[in-house]
Design a protein around this ligand. Structure first.
Ligand code: CA
Length: 132
């Protein structure tokens, strides 16, 4: 099973992603969600996910900072989820090491299709690795 971490401060958004997607059918186990940057870093410290869904507007840090903090430690796909629709915001997402940028509101079908595409790409290039 692949492990995925949702980092999102809005409870309804977290619940939506949890309940509207059949994660198990995709071979994915969801780790306990993180609602802010501090929690996110603690979870990642404890158990490195194979996929990270990362909100940008969080109460303590922003998603870009989190991405920068962890990018050197994992090759796992990092998908930004954001209501910020400016091109500059999306570009920043790529520049800090994100692999994808999904604009809210998004449909679960799109989310799934993108996740599957990232996993397929990884299968082609080698599994997510922990690097020192
Ligand atoms: Ca948010």
């Amino acid at each position: 099973m692949m492990k995925a971490l949702i980092i999102e401060d809005e409870l309804l958004a977290r619940l939506g992603m949890r309940s509207l997607v059949d994660w198990e059918a995709m071979g994915i186990r969801l780790l306990e969600d993180a609602a802010d940057g501090r929690e996110a870093l603690a979870r990642i410290e404890k158990e490195l996910p194979d996929l990270i869904l990362l909100d940008i507007n969080l109460p303590d840090m922003d998603g870009y900072q989190i991405c920068q903090a962890i990018r050197g430690r994992t090759n796992a796909p990092i998908l930004f989820l954001s209501a910020r629709t400016e091109e500059a915001d999306r570009i920043m997402g790529w520049k800090v090491g994100g692999d994808d940028y999904i604009m809210k509101p998004f449909g679960m079908e799109e989310l799934l299709a993108r996740i599957e595409a990232h996993f397929r790409r990884q299968e082609r290039t080698g599994r997510a690795l922990v690097t020192e």
